[in-house]
Design a protein around this ligand. Structure first.
Ligand code: LHQ
Length: 260
């Protein structure tokens, strides 16, 4: 039996999701989309999983859309492809209570670059590159790239990176604030896993609320955000995890959070 196009494993509260078409640089075909959705459903349905770590097998994270997979014929409707395959993925990442982490182990091109950047925390291997490859094939950035990139790195860098499809190195991406951290390639997955596991074993209710509040800031005024913080912090102030966090601090021991 052939290997699945996306590998799934769980450990320590983390679902490790590995894009697995290495001979095609993990480019997305329809089958891979189906399998990825299935993996994300398994993660969401598992009460022991609180974070998802996405990486790629082989030398690339992903080359984006598989350009051989029925998206370039005369009757191809790319809007439909986005609507059915990519946009639900971006929405799942952003709307989930779980924390999504990307470990970008090599090139992340086109849709894959923006899927990685949609994750809550992005790590990259030193040799990784983020390429808004769309311009080279007569397209525009999708998967939320036109929304996310100007917010992450500013409009001038976002436009230049997209219009010239210039590869952005991992170190440059970190310097610009596009990603969180860069590790030497052999260390990437281990480091990303350890940190994702520590998030998954943290105060998961507070983590989910923090994610939601940070994302609300994009469309809220400061006043609205202050009101939102008041409401959400009130909820967290009544949680068992908060009581445990303070108790553990006073007793000079690590907290044992239960997500309640
Ligand atoms: C590929 C691909 C690939 C198939 C490498 N497909 N085989 C689009 C349409 C529909 C709706 C949704 O939105 C989108 C968004 C998009 O994602 S558009 C952007 C699609 N991606 C690209 O344009 C990137 C194309 N790939 C490249 O530019 C290069 O391959 C990169 C820079 C990623 C890596 O370059 P190299 O390291 O030099 O590797 P390579 O080019 O030799 O590729 C290795 C193999 O992978 C090769 O196959 P082969 O049989 O010759 O060994 C490539 O044909 C295949 N491959 N990307 N997207």
């Amino acid at each position: 039996m052939p290997e699945p196009s996306v590998l799934y494993d769980t450990e320590g509260g983390v679902a490790l999701v590995t894009l697995n078409r290495p001979d095609k640089l993990n480019a997305f075909n329809e089958e891979m989309h189906t399998r990825l959705r299935e993996c994300l459903r398994m993660a969401a349905a598992d009460p022991g999983v609180h974070a998802v770590l996405i990486t790629g097998n082989g030398r690339a994270f992903s080359a984006g859309q598989d350009l051989g997979d029925r998206v370039s014929g005369d009757d191809a409707d790319l809007g439909d492809t986005l609507d059915k395959l990519y946009n639900p993925l971006v929405r799942t990442i952003r709307e989930s209570d779980m924390i999504f982490v990307a470990a970008v182990n090599g090139v992340a091109a086109g849709a894959a670059a923006n899927l990685a950047l949609a994750c809550d925390i992005v790590y990259a291997g030193r040799s990784a590159k983020f390429i808004q490859a769309f311009a080279k094939i007569g397209l525009m950035p999708d998967c939320g790239g036109t929304w996310l990139l100007p917010r992450l790195i500013g409009e001038s860098r976002a436009k230049a990176a997209a219009l010239m499809a210039t590869p952005v190195s991992a170190d440059q991406a970190k310097e610009w604030g596009m990603i969180w951290e860069v590790y030497d390639d052999p260390k990437l997955l281990e480091e990303a896993f350890v940190q994702t596991r520590s998030i998954a074993q943290g105060a998961v209710k507070a983590n989910a609320i923090t994610k939601r509040a940070m994302q609300s800031a994009a469309s809220n005024t400061l006043d609205q955000q202050l009101d939102l913080e008041k409401m959400l912090q009130r909820t967290l102030g009544r949680s068992q995890d908060y009581k445990e966090g303070v108790k553990a601090f006073m007793e000079k021991r690590p907290p044992k959070f239960k997500g309640r």
